[in-house]
Design a protein around this ligand. Structure first.
Ligand code: UD1
Length: 365
């Protein structure tokens, strides 16, 4: 059996780690890294920490406009798919690397399995939404992490080949939480022992690439930092925009905000589990906050994980109609947020990384 897994960006290295381990037991997987993420702390650190084998191919495509990046990836992926002739291409999530591989494989009539199929934001301005919808529609096997994701697939007439597996990120969160145990070097390093803090991540283009939205976020963080210490690992996109809009120093000069480099999986896991609240625009972090039973505030147009909002554990602050973030609204919510903390298994039982390789093998055989 020969499967090609295509990876490219930080969340995919994480999501693939345990499934890959399972497939590698019998030498059944070849991995391709598109190079979408190339900085050490967005890429290599995950291979090291999560014991992912070095990719068989690294295409080194790098950053570019969406069309150019996706097109370059497709050209290189086609060569690899043609020479390796895999029985199936395995894809994760919703990045441009996912889309490029989905289009390339489907044009060559190679079956595709999509892990994390079905979440929908119902907002076509979101690039990840386009990537996810297209990938789902050309996939043969669709692995839905939640019941709502599966329902979405049903609505789009994609129920054939769809399976409710639970979320691979939960398995990974459980596995590494056990492995890491009480280790807390990052907490010591940031001098946070015994202190309450909020963990912040912001990287979505719709938040970072708009001056008024990024300014509203900076204002919000400045105000909440008066009563809470903030830890803010900066994605390179966010750092670049903060400098461009001359907002960087406002955060840097605030000694209650730890503005730090992007972190690997282990440090993030420790910071999530010890945080008082998570404020983010990352889909992955919304889920990890739920796994760690931490209240989450999401600053985005919508969420792919409405079940966390329905449960009352995640508050979403949509951009307003003219795509503007209302800082005052967010600050009020942070000060009054009191989630019910009745956590359910909405992301499954933590067995998705075992279930997925089994289904893939059965179908191929
Ligand atoms: C991508 C994914 C997003 C995912 C995120 C995780 C798409 C459309 N978006 O967004 O779904 O949540 O990864 O981080 O695929 N850059 C670096 N070093 C790198 C990579 C990027 O400095 O190693 C900078 C470049 O200036 C680049 C920018 O970050 O232009 C954005 O990178 P890109 O991969 O296009 O999108 P992300 O925002 O990372």
């Amino acid at each position: 059996m020969k499967i090609i897994t295509v990876l490219g960006a930080r969340p995919q290295f994480i999501k693939a780690s345990l499934v890959s381990k399972e497939l590698r037991k019998n030498n059944e997987e070849i991995t391709v890294h598109t190079g979408q993420h190339y900085d050490k702390n967005l890429s290599q650190v995950f291979f090291d920490e999560m014991e992912i084998l070095k990719p068989d191919y690294n295409m080194g495509i790098g950053s570019d406009s969406h069309a150019r990046q996706t097109a370059h990836m497709m050209i290189e992926l086609e060569k690899i798919f043609l020479s390796e002739t895999p029985q199936l291409v395995l894809l994760y999530g919703d990045t441009n690397s996912t889309l490029a591989a989905a289009l390339t494989a489907s044009k060559l009539n190679i079956p595709i399995a999509h892990v994390e199929a079905g979440p929908r934001m119902y907002d076509k301005r979101v690039p990840e939404e386009i990537n996810r919808v297209i990938t789902d529609h050309v996939s043969t096997l669709l692995f839905a992490p939640t019941q709502i994701s599966l329902n979405n697939l049903k609505k789009e007439d994609l129920i054939n080949g769809s399976y409710l597996t639970g979320d691979v990120m939960l398995d990974i969160f459980n596995y590494f939480t056990r492995k890491i145990g009480e280790k807390n070097e990052i907490i010591q390093k940031l001098n946070l022992e015994g202190k309450k803090y909020f963990l912040i991540t912001i990287h979505r283009a719709r938040n970072t690439d708009s001056f008024k939205n990024l300014k509203a976020i900076v204002n919000t963080l400045n105000i909440i930092s008066k009563s809470n210490i903030l830890v803010f690992p900066l994605h390179p996109r966010t750092e670049k925009c903060l400098h461009e809009y001359e907002l960087f120093n406002i955060l840097k000069n605030n000694n209650r905000i730890h503005l730090i480099n992007p972190l690997g999986y282990i440090d993030m896991n420790i910071l999530i589990r010890n945080a008082n609240m998570i404020i983010t625009d990352s889909g992955g972090l919304q889920k990890e906050a739920y796994f760690a039973k931490k209240p989450c505030i999401t600053i985005d147009t919508s969420t792919g994980w409405p079940e966390t909002v329905q449960q009352g554990e995640n508050l979403i602050f949509n951009h307003t109609q003219d795509d503007f973030i209302d800082s005052e609204n967010i600050i009020n919510a942070i000060n009054t947020f009191s989630p019910p903390r009745k956590y359910k298994n909405i992301f499954g039982e933590g067995r998705a990384s075992k279930i997925i390789p089994k289904i893939v093998k059965n179908v191929i055989n």
